[in-house]
Design a protein around this ligand. Structure first.
Ligand code: BES
Ligand code: MN
Ligand code: ZN
Length: 484
């Protein structure tokens, strides 16, 4: 859909959203359509009372007026606002309306300004209208809505529209790659996406390393994981350089890209194993963020790294008991081949030292334990740097792409001791999301580092199964904040 600021659309759009507050209080836009008292009459007869989640359709000439319940004025939360937009969109989508005037800018979200009203509205609309039917013979039904107009023609609104569209594009691309099945989206496919981005813009240079190059670099932990797979591991590096000072240190984003994680010899149970195609959602989100960045042309240097690999059982697969020598020299005893993400990441985190990063953030569907700890609403945040952790937490609050920090104190390292090697790849039963982070922290000593565990937030299960595109919103906001 297309979004623009256009005041005159109020009278020309074939659909209008107007907010009705609780106890039937009319918003400003609602008053403009109540000159004959039709809206007041509908409220009076109980058709709509203004509760969040309500919608009602009224016709005025050629215009459809959607009355949208908006709760108590000044008090609604971000989540309630998104629910309003979702409901209003469902109602509008069912009609043949093409041009929508969005009067929900009358709604004040608690603690938020107009900028966020517009951003949340657009990002919600784009997320709601997402379909993934690439592999269906019968394509999803389309809807008529093409244009959405906002009532206020200010720089703030223009900026919100532009930034929301960039974030929404990043989210959509991340969802597309993530939803793609693992027989199509393999490590080579991920690397191909990274190369496509290079073709789109002169600001990005992409390099892809195969297993031969990784072997030369001594990335034996990464290669150990890949060794049971026929498809070759691929490490794709996208360098976006647009900082006014070309020598400015880059921000590095690293995404876990296990295009399928069967667990290896420590094989996973069959139930829900299909969902392990989503074990590349970290890489998908880094790819999405790089695309958003190119849209926004932010004046930064950012390097996005996709660590593509498969974890499969095979006669040549790595075994429990194997000791791998990582790129930074530390040896790791493999006690569970299903704790593969940290092995792929540890070598990638060593590899990125060469960029002398300002900071490194890795994004990974790393542990089931993180989902136990935080559920499916917050990503886990682990960091060795309070300033970086705070900046990521703030971006998560701003965007409501939520994350919550877990502690990372020295004690957790004790759980990773091995009698035979420098480290074990698992830390026992307790605090699994933290011990995974603690493992990684052994490879991040050269720069400020944070880790986002998105095992619970990257995709939805059940009837609405599908990738969410998280944490593209959080990370893009973090980068936007770095420009101020
Ligand atoms: N990709 C999984 C983590 C995962 C599991 C994400 C379920 C989302 C849902 C990861 O590679 C893994 O298997 N982790 C193990 C670690 C354990 C062996 C220490 C886990 O969480 O069970
Ligand atoms: Mn695993
Ligand atoms: Zn995994």
């Amino acid at each position: 859909m297309k979004y623009s600021a256009n005041l005159t659309a109020l009278h020309t759009a074939d659909a209008v959203w107007v907010a009705i507050f609780e106890d039937g209080v009319l918003s400003e836009t609602a008053q403009q359509f109540d000159t004959q008292g039709e809206i007041s009459a509908l409220i009076k007869c109980g058709e709509i009372s203004g509760k969040i989640g309500e919608t009602s359709l009224l016709r005025q000439g050629s215009q459809r007026i959607f009355l949208v319940g908006a709760g108590k004025p000044q008090e609604i939360t971000e989540r309630q606002f998104k629910q309003m937009v979702q409901k209003a969109f469902q109602a509008t989508k069912a009609t043949s309306a093409k041009n929508l005037f969005n009067g929900l800018t009358d709604v004040k979200i608690k603690g938020r300004d107009l900028y966020w009203n517009v951003r949340f509205a657009i990002e919600t609309l784009e997320a709601e209208s997402y379909v993934f039917d690439q592999f269906k013979s019968q394509k999803a039904e389309t809807f008529a809505l093409e244009n959405v107009f906002f009532a206020i023609e200010t720089e703030e609104v223009q900026r919100a529209i532009q930034q929301a569209c960039a974030v929404a594009l990043g989210v959509k691309l991340a969802r597309d790659v993530a939803n793609c099945p693992p027989n199509v989206c393999n490590p080579k496919y991920l690397a191909d996406q990274a190369e496509t981005l290079e073709k789109r813009t002169a600001l990005v240079k992409t390099t892809v390393l195969g297993e031969k190059e990784m072997a030369e670099l001594g990335m034996n932990a990464y290669l150990g994981v890949s060794q049971g797979a026929k498809n070759e591991a691929q490490l794709a590096i996208m360098e976006y350089r647009n900082h006014p000072n070309p020598n400015a240190k880059p921000i590095v984003l690293v995404g876990k890209g296990l295009t399928f994680d069967a667990g290896g010899i420590s094989l996973k149970p069959a139930a829900e194993m299909d969902e392990m195609k989503y074990d590349m959602c970290g890489a998908a989100s880094v790819y999405g963020v790089m695309n958003a960045l190119v849209e926004l042309q932010l004046p930064l240097n950012v390097i996005g790294v996709l660590a593509g690999c498969e974890n499969l059982p095979d006669g040549n697969a790595y075994r429990p008991g194997d000791i791998l020598t990582t790129m930074n020299g530390l040896t790791v005893e493999v006690l569970n081949t299903d704790a593969e993400g940290r092995l792929v990441l540890c070598d990638t985190l060593t590899y990125v030292e060469r960029f002398e990063p300002e900071c490194v953030i890795d994004v990974a569907t790393l542990t089931g334990a993180c989902v136990v700890a935080l559920g499916q609403h917050n990503s886990g945040l682990v960091s060795t740097d309070d300033t970086l952790a705070e900046a990521l937490f703030n971006a998560s609050q701003q965007t409501q792409d939520k994350a919550w920090r877990l502690p990372l104190s020295e004690e957790y390292q004790e759980q990773l001791k091995s009698p035979f090697a420098d480290l074990a790849n698992i830390g026992g039963r307790w605090g699994g999301a933290i011990t995974a982070g603690a493992f990684l922290s052994n490879f991040t000593k050269k720069y400020p580092w944070a880790h986002l565990d998105i095992a619970g937030t990257a995709w939805l299960q059940g009837a609405n199964k599908g990738a969410t595109g998280r944490p593209v919103g959080l990370l893009t906001q973090f980068l936007m904040n770095q420009c101020q």
